[in-house]
Design a binder for this molecule. Structure first.
Ligand SMILES: Cc1ncc(COP(=O)(O)O)c(C=O)c1O
Length: 488
């Protein structure tokens, strides 16, 4: 008898409790309760180990753009690549899939964002962008110095000031939004503006300056959008001035900020941010780990808001999360000093541009184009907003905000005064009631209180009216119950 035939099947529930360590999870909660085990998916739906179905209104984690039904096609692309070349590295070598994917991404990103550095996920992308920005100034300084020292000749520039070239060759600071999430590796974590995530790991990587984000919900009601934009830009510029602009390497913001609940930018904000970055020669990075690849109804938020960043970080939707791959995309200007004969970006990771991950990402982009996924978001986003906006009839829903397929509901105690819940109330309302009840009702979305309490809704980009209705229906019932609890 073979070993397999005598083996007792693994008790998944028990093994999960004994061996698996879930991310950002209070593991103690599973001493008495079941670990939720998701076993399969199709379309916008998931199924757990008891056969119960869930509408995944969070698309994995803002990631599964094409939904869960393309495993066959993606799997074939992965298998073909496995047969041909299961692995080779991007350290000093190229291979066809990384080249094709870099070419494809360069064609989708706006402007001259033409150079792609592959990594394994969003945190690594942010980490790599910051390191790249730090090294850029040194590389540019050296480049200028080389030009200055070059022998004069017919085609050699001659009026470069050597002192100027050497000066400003070291910048390291980053500027980010308060409450913004940018990942968990130490560099990315330092950029993070969420105190609860930062505190356990302090001291963090120097130096990050956090400025006000674009949350307008709690601003004075009489303030115009224009005034709000001016107020934010003024604060940003003051912060840069105080930090010493010659030490600031990078400003990194999301086109629409996720943590805190889908903060869209006020009109003119991005134009102003770009101008400030230009004024102080600071690199602007758009963190598009969530907003990239269609979530906002355009391939990139940078295109939607005309951000014109020097760097884009992306991951998640690049492969619809069917593969662990991310990227930093840089403009020609950023690349230029690294094209000098002896210059090199001193950074790399084994799995960056992994051929199988790249093949899957290429297939994902092919499917997104073929199925017109981005067009679908652009065409149906108004219906999604209109359907979700029905929830504004509930006294507990203060705000419905976002764009594309990227929304948040802010929960309030009083819609008139916009008064929010206390920390203890949030614990009871979000963690102890809403999260489990929504799950029980077969809806996966996120009740989040990293800022003011919000429910985040970010379905796969194939969702349509039936899913918009189901999301809104379940949320309506559960939030009505929540209100009864709050007012009881
Ligand atoms: C804007 C942003 N940046 C970076 C990250 C980190 O990505 P990952 O979890 O793939 O490391 C996230 C993750 O949610 C994100 O939302």
């Amino acid at each position: 008898m073979t070993k397999a035939a005598t083996e007792v099947p693994l008790d998944l529930q028990r093994a999960a409790r004994e061996h698996l360590w879930l991310h950002f999870t209070r593991m103690g909660g599973f001493r008495d309760g079941d670990v939720p085990i998701i076993v399969r998916g199709d379309g916008c739906y998931l199924e757990d180990s008891h056969g119960k179905r869930y509408l995944d209104a969070l698309a994995g984690l803002f990631a599964v753009q094409i939904g869960y039904s393309y495993g066959e096609e993606m799997g074939e692309a992965a298998a073909a690549q496995m047969r041909e070349l299961p692995f080779y590295t991007n350290w000093s070598y190229a291979h066809p899939r990384a080249i094709e994917l870099a070419h494809e991404i360069a064609s989708l990103t706006p402007g001259d964002l033409n150079r792609v550095f592959f990594v394994s996920g969003g945190s690594e992308a942010v980490e790599s962008a910051w390191k790249l920005a730090r090294q850029y100034y040194a590389a540019r300084g050296e480049q200028r110095l080389n030009v200055a020292l070059a022998p004069t000749g017919a085609d050699a520039p001659t009026r470069v000031d050597e002192a100027h070239a050497a000066q400003g060759s070291r910048r390291w600071k980053a500027v980010a939004h308060r409450l913004a999430y940018h990942g968990t590796t130490l560099g990315a974590l330092s950029i993070n503006g969420i105190p609860a995530l930062r505190t356990p790991f302090e001291p963090l990587v120097p130096d990050v300056i956090h400025v006000r984000n674009t949350n307008r919900y709690h601003r004075p009601p009489e303030e115009t959008e224009e005034e709000f934009t001016a107020f934010l830009l003024d604060e940003l510029e003051t912060a840069i001035e105080q930090a010493g602009p010659e030490t600031v390497a990078m400003v990194i913001f999301e086109p629409v900020q996720n943590a805190g609940g889908s903060f869209t930018p006020p009109a003119g904000y991005w134009r102003g941010v770009r101008e400030i970055c230009d004024r102080y020669e600071i690199l602007l990075c758009a963190d598009e780990v969530i907003t990239g690849f269609g979530r906002l109804g355009a391939w990139f938020g940078s295109e939607l808001y005309d951000i014109r960043p020097d760097l884009i970080t992306c991951a998640k939707g690049l492969s619809s999360a069917y593969a662990a791959i991310g990227a930093v995309v840089a403009t020609d200007r950023v690349m230029e000093p690294f094209l000098e004969a002896r210059s090199m970006y001193t950074h790399g990771i084994t799995f960056g541009g992994h051929p199988v991950q790249a093949a899957v990402a290429l297939k994902n982009i092919e499917i997104m184009k073929r199925e017109k996924i981005v067009e679908h978001v652009a065409e149906t986003q108004d219906d999604f907003r209109a359907t979700l906006s029905q929830l504004l009839e509930l006294p507990i829903v203060g705000d419905v905000r976002g764009t594309g397929f990227f929304y948040a509901l802010e929960l309030v105690k009083d819609r008139e005064t916009r008064e929010t819940f206390t920390e203890d109330e949030c614990e009871l309302l979000l963690r102890q009631f809403l999260s489990p009840r929504l799950f029980e009702r077969g809806l996966i979305c996120r009740a989040d209180d990293r800022g003011d309490p919000v429910i985040q809704i970010s379905p796969p980009l194939i969702a349509a009216q039936a899913e918009f209705d189901e999301i809104t229906g379940v949320l309506g019932d559960v939030l009505a119950e929540a209100w009864q609890k709050v007012t009881a």
